[in-house]
Ligand binder design. Structure first.
Ligand code: PEP
Ligand code: MG
Length: 759
C-alpha cells in the first residue's frame, strides 16, 4: 500500500512541475505503462464545446500520428462509454465489446485487456485514461490505483492548464487572452488594474515570478546571499562543536558544501540570465533539485529533499532582506495572492487598491467583508489563479460574477471599459439618494446602518447617509495589533466611533475571534474551529478580556449615550445570562469609581446559531434587541463552511430554509416586541434586501458600499409586493430559483445594473 501511495505521489509531483498540459499527459502515459506494466495507454481530454468531444491527447504504445486526430463523442466507443457513464470499465476481452472501435493503424487489436477510468472534476468529465495489456487482467488494485490517480489528476490538469497560459519567463510571452479565471463573488463591483502579487517573505512556494531586464543586480544579490548563508553555516558548525557530537556538527558542514555545489549556483545563474529575478530563479532551482531526491525510493536519500528545501529557505531569507518591503504600488493595484488576509490589505495604500483576487477563501470570509466595506471588488476561491505568474499583468476583475480575465485582449478591455463608465453613471445617480430617507413606495420607513471596524470607513459612511453603525466588529482593531489592546487604547477607538456618529446609535460587538478570525498573539488550534472556541465562548472563559472591553465601551459612552452592545455567537440562554452578569458588574464598578449613575446601554444578542432561532423567545426575554448574522446563520443552517471554495456554490442566504428560519426569528421576536435588525452580508445584497423587507424587517446594517444600492431598491418597491414575493420564494425548493425570482423583479424595474456588470 505504501508503495502505491509513493508511486502516486511521485507522479502527481512530476505533473505539478510540468510546464504545460501536453508535457504532463505524456509523462502520465509513460509512467502508467511502467508502473502498471501495460502495453498501451491513451488519454483523451474533453473539449469545451457543447456538446463536448473527446480528443486523443497522449498515447503510449499507439501510433503518435493519431494525437489530436482521433475523436470520440460521449457514448461512442469504449472511451465514450467511460465518459458518458462517468465510471470505470475493466474488460478482459475489449475487442468483443459492442462499443469497441479500432483506432486505425494503432495496433490496438493486440491488446484485449482494457481498463478505462474517467477524469472528473466538480461533476464534469474532463477526459478518460485507458490502459491496455496483451495479457493478465487488471486486478482490483490496478483499478483502484488508476481511479485514485485520475481523481487527483483532475485537479492537477485544471491547474496546469490555467498556469500554462501565463508563461512570462524563459519563453515568449503568450498572446493576450480571453481566458477567464473563475472564483466566487466576494465583493461587488468591477475594476481594471495591474496585478501585484504580495510577497510574504520566506515561503519558497509563494515567491512570484518577476521579469527583470537588468540582471547584474540580481546576480550580485544572489551571490551575496549564498556567501552569507555559507558563512552562517560554517560559524554554526564552529559554535556547535563543543555542544554537539562531531557527527551532528558535520551536518552544518555538509549543508555548506551542498550550497557551494556548482549545479545549485549555475542553474540559478542560468535562470536569472533568462530574465527572472533572483528569488524566483532560486525557488525553481531548489524545487528541481529537491524533486530529484523526492523520487528516490531510499528513505535516507529522499530525506535529502528536506535538507535542500531548508537550505532554500535560508538563502531566500537573506535575499528577501535585501528587497525593499515597500513595493511601488501602481495607481490601480489589484492585490493578488494565494490567500489574501485582512492584514494584507493594510500593506497597500488604500487610494491605490482597486480590487482583490485570492486563490483561497470564500465570499463570506472576512477579507471579502473588508473589501466590501472599502467598496472595492473582490473575487475569492479562484483555485486556478496563476498567482506566481501574474505580477505586473493587467487584469479585469468582475466582483459581481466572481471572475477575472488575466492579461485580457483589446476587445475585452473595450467591453469592460464601457461597463466601468456605465457603473460610474449608476453611482452618480445613486449619490442623489444620499440625503433621502429609505421609504418604500407604500410609505414604510427602513433604517439603514453601516457595518464597520476600520477607522477608514467612517467618513464614507457618514457621506453616504448612514443613520448610525449597526455592527462594529471590534475584532478588527484587535487583529491589526500584536497584543491585546489595553483598556485605554480600546477606550480611544470606541470613543472615536461614538463621537463620529454623535446622536446616532452605534452597536459595538464584543470580541468575536476564533473560527476564521485568528489573533496572531492568541493562537487557537482546533480540529473544527467553526464549531469550537469562538465569540462569546472565548470571552466568557476569559472574563478579564471581556470585562476590560466592556469597561472601555462603557467609559467611552459617558456623555455620549449612543452605545449599544451586541453579543456574538450566542447559542443558549446561559451564555447570555453570564454575559449580562459581567456587564452589570462593570456598570456597578464604573458607577462606584465615578460616584454617579451611568446610563445602561441597550444590550443585544446576535442570532447566528440555529439553536438561537429555536430559543428566540427566551433570548428576547433577556435582551433589548436582536441582530441576525446571516453569514454564520447560513453557514450553520446549511452546513457550508463560509470560507471553503469547494462548497461556495452551496452557500446561499436566499436558500428557502434560511428564509424560513429568519421568518421564525421575526415572528418569535414580535411576541415580546423585540426589535430585529440584520447585519450579515445579505442585508447589503439588493436581492437580500428585497427578501428581508418582505419579512417586515425594518433595520438593516451593511457595508458602506451597498448602502445607496439598498436605498434604491427600497424606494422602488412596495412592502405589499415584497411580502407576496417572499410568500412565493418560501414555497420554492431551490435557492437558484429564489435568486432568479428576485433578479427578474429587479430587471423588470431596469435595476439589473445593481447586481451585475454594466447597466
Ligand atoms: C454574521 O455572521 O453574519 C456576522 C455579521 O458576523 P461576522 O460576519 O463578523 O461573523
Ligand atoms: Mg458572525
Amino acid at each position: 500500500m505504501s508503495t502505491m501511495i509513493h508511486r502516486l505521489q511521485s507522479i502527481i509531483q512530476e505533473v505539478g512541475r510540468s510546464p504545460d498540459t501536453q508535457h504532463a499527459l505524456d509523462l502520465i502515459a509513460g509512467r502508467l505503462i511502467k508502473d502498471l506494466v501495460a502495453n498501451a495507454c491513451t488519454i483523451f481530454l474533453a473539449t469545451n464545446t457543447e456538446p463536448p468531444v473527446l480528443v486523443l491527447k497522449a498515447s503510449y504504445g499507439l501510433n503518435p500520428e493519431n494525437i489530436n486526430q482521433v475523436q470520440r463523442r460521449f457514448g461512442e466507443g469504449l472511451i465514450g462509454v467511460v465518459a458518458e457513464r462517468a465510471e470505470p470499465i475493466n474488460l478482459v476481452n475489449a475487442t468483443e465489446h459492442k462499443n469497441f472501435i479500432l483506432v486505425p493503424d494503432s495496433g490496438e487489436t493486440s491488446f484485449p485487456i482494457y481498463l478505462g477510468v474517467p477524469i472528473v472534476s466538480h461533476r464534469k468529465v474532463l477526459g478518460v485514461i485507458a490502459i491496455q495489456r496483451a495479457e493478465n487482467a487488471f486486478n482490483e488494485d490496478d483499478e483502484a490505483f488508476l481511479a485514485t490517480l485520475a481523481a487527483q489528476l483532475a485537479t492537477s490538469i485544471e491547474h496546469v492548464e490555467s498556469q500554462g497560459r501565463f508563461k512570462l519567463i524563459g519563453e515568449t510571452k503568450s498572446e493576450p487572452t480571453t481566458h477567464i479565471v473563475k472564483g466566487v463573488a466576494g465583493s461587488p463591483g468591477m475594476a481594471i488594474g495591474e496585478a501585484i502579487v504580495l510577497n510574504r517573505g520566506v515561503k519558497l512556494e509563494s515567491v512570484p515570478d518577476k521579469k527583470v531586464t537588468d540582471q547584474a543586480p540580481e546576480l550580485r544579490s544572489f551571490n551575496d546571499a549564498i556567501r552569507k548563508v555559507h558563512d552562517d553555516l560554517t560559524d554554526q558548525a564552529d559554535r556547535m562543536r563543543g555542544a554537539l557530537p562531531e557527527e551532528e556538527c558535520a551536518l552544518f558542514v555538509a549543508y555548506a558544501q551542498m550550497l557551494n555545489s556548482g549545479s545549485l549556483i549555475d542553474d540559478t545563474h542560468k535562470r536569472i540570465g533568462e530574465g527572472n529575478w533572483a528569488p524566483a530563479s532560486w525557488r525553481d532551482t531548489v524545487e528541481d533539485h529537491a524533486c530529484v531526491f523526492d523520487q528516490m525510493e531510499d528513505e535516507y536519500l529522499a530525506e535529502r529533499a528536506n535538507d535542500i528545501r531548508d537550505l532554500g529557505r535560508r538563502v531566500l531569507r537573506k535575499l528577501m532582506l535585501e528587497q525593499s518591503p515597500y513595493i511601488d504600488f501602481p495607481d490601480r493595484t489589484v492585490l493578488v495572492g494565494d490567500e489574501i488576509t485582512a492584514t494584507d490589505l493594510a500593506d497597500v495604500p488604500l487610494e491605490c487598491l482597486c480590487a482583490i483576487l485570492s486563490a483561497h477563501g470564500s465570499g463570506s470570509s472576512h477579507v471579502a467583508i473588508l473589501a466590501h466595506a472599502l467598496g472595492i471588488p473582490a473575487v475569492m476561491g479562484m483555485s486556478n489563479l496563476p498567482v506566481k505568474q501574474m505580477d505586473g499583468l493587467q487584469v479585469i476583475v468582475d466582483g459581481y460574477g466572481g471572475f477575472a480575465y488575466v492579461d485580457p485582449n483589446r476587445k475585452l478591455l473595450t467591453e469592460y471599459e464601457k461597463y466601468l463608465r456605465e457603473e460610474e453613471e449608476i453611482e452618480k445617480d445613486l449619490l442623489c439618494l444620499k440625503n433621502e430617507p429609505a421609504i418604500t413606495t407604500d410609505n414604510h420607513r427602513i433604517s439603514l446602518y453601516v457595518n464597520s471596524g476600520l477607522m477608514a470607513d467612517h467618513t464614507p459612511s457618514l457621506r453616504s447617509g448612514a443613520e448610525g453603525v449597526g455592527l462594529y466588529r471590534t475584532e478588527i482593531p484587535f487583529q491589526i495589533r500584536d497584543r491585546f489592546p489595553s483598556e485605554e487604547e480600546q477606550y480611544h477607538i470606541y470613543r472615536n466611533v461614538l463621537e463620529t456618529f454623535n446622536g446616532m446609535p452605534v452597536v459595538l460587538r464584543t470580541l468575536d475571534v476564533g473560527g476564521d478570525k485568528p489573533l496572531s498573539y492568541f493562537p487557537i488550534k482546533e480540529a473544527n474551529p467553526f464549531l469550537g472556541w469562538r465569540g462569546v465562548r472565548i470571552t466568557l472563559d476569559h472574563p478579564e478580556i471581556f470585562v476590560t472591553q466592556v469597561r472601555a465601551m462603557m467609559r467611552a459612552n459617558i456623555g455620549q449615550n449612543n452605545l449599544q452592545i451586541l453579543l456574538p455567537m450566542i447559542s443558549g440562554q446561559s451564555e447570555l445570562e453570564d454575559s449580562l452578569k459581567l456587564i452589570h458588574r462593570v456598570k456597578d464598578e464604573i458607577e462606584d469609581e465615578l460616584g454617579e449613575p451611568l446610563q445602561m446601554p441597550q444590550i443585544g444578542a446576535m442570532i447566528e446559531v440555529p439553536s438561537a432561532v429555536y430559543q428566540i423567545e427566551d433570548i428576547c426575554s433577556l435582551v433589548d434587541f436582536v441582530s441576525i448574522g446571516t453569514n454564520d446563520l447560513t453557514q450553520y443552517l446549511l452546513a457550508v463552511d463560509r470560507n471553503n471554495e469547494n462548497v461556495a456554490e452551496l452557500f446561499s442566504s436566499l436558500h428557502p430554509a434560511v428564509l424560513k428560519a429568519m421568518c421564525q426569528i421575526v415572528e418569535g421576536a414580535a411576541k415580546s416586541g423585540t426589535p430585529v435588525s440584520v447585519c450579515g452580508e445579505m442585508a447589503g445584497d439588493p436581492l437580500g434586501v428585497m427578501a428581508l423587507l418582505g419579512m417586515k424587517i425594518e433595520s438593516l446594517s451593511m457595508s458602506v458600499g451597498s448602502l445607496l444600492k439598498a436605498k434604491k431598491v427600497i424606494k422602488t418597491f412596495s412592502l405589499v409586493e415584497l411580502e407576496s414575493m417572499l410568500a412565493e420564494a418560501i414555497l420554492m425548493t431551490d435557492p437558484a430559483h429564489v435568486r432568479e425570482l428576485y433578479a427578474s423583479k429587479l430587471d423588470q424595474r431596469e435595476l439589473g445594473g445593481l447586481i451585475r456588470a454594466g447597466k
